[in-house]
Design a protein around this ligand. Sequence first.
Ligand code: T46
Length: 136
Amino acid sequence: MSAPLIQLVDIPQRGDARGQISVAEIGGALPFVVRRVYWIHGTNPGVSRGFHAHKKLRQLCVCVAGSVRFSLFDGWREESVVLDSSAKGLLTVSGLWREMHDFSPDCVLMVLADAEYDEADYIRDRAEFIKHVHSS
Ligand code: T46
């Protein structure tokens, strides 16, 4: 049986009577050393994002406010998941076409990445992506 496309990681919650703290660290929720962090927010209504794959990049995507739906495609199968919790991270690895849809107006999507930004790591054409995974 093939591995699931949707890999959700539990992020430990260390909240107390004052409120919440969510912790992602090596040896816990983080399977790699983080070299870049970015966050997507203020997304305009009806906008979808993504529509690309990465050749090498690994990322942990955490929706720290609001909600967003991720769709992942490995060249054969497509699976979808709604992220709406600081307590869950979606691990995205190489060889996955990703799209992000249905952003809530208050969505803040934080992404922890294992490498600096490199446009050469992107495959932004779906047909090229399918060719890439079918030949490797
Ligand atoms: C991903 C999903 C989840 C930078 O200059 N540095 C960066 O670190 C990033 C992430 C983007 N940019 C520039 C490149 C583009 O000119 O910001 C612009 C928007 O990037 P993009 O269209 O790739 O954004 P999304 O939301 O489609 O995809 C992003 C990440 O790029 C991607 O790696 O997996 O979020």
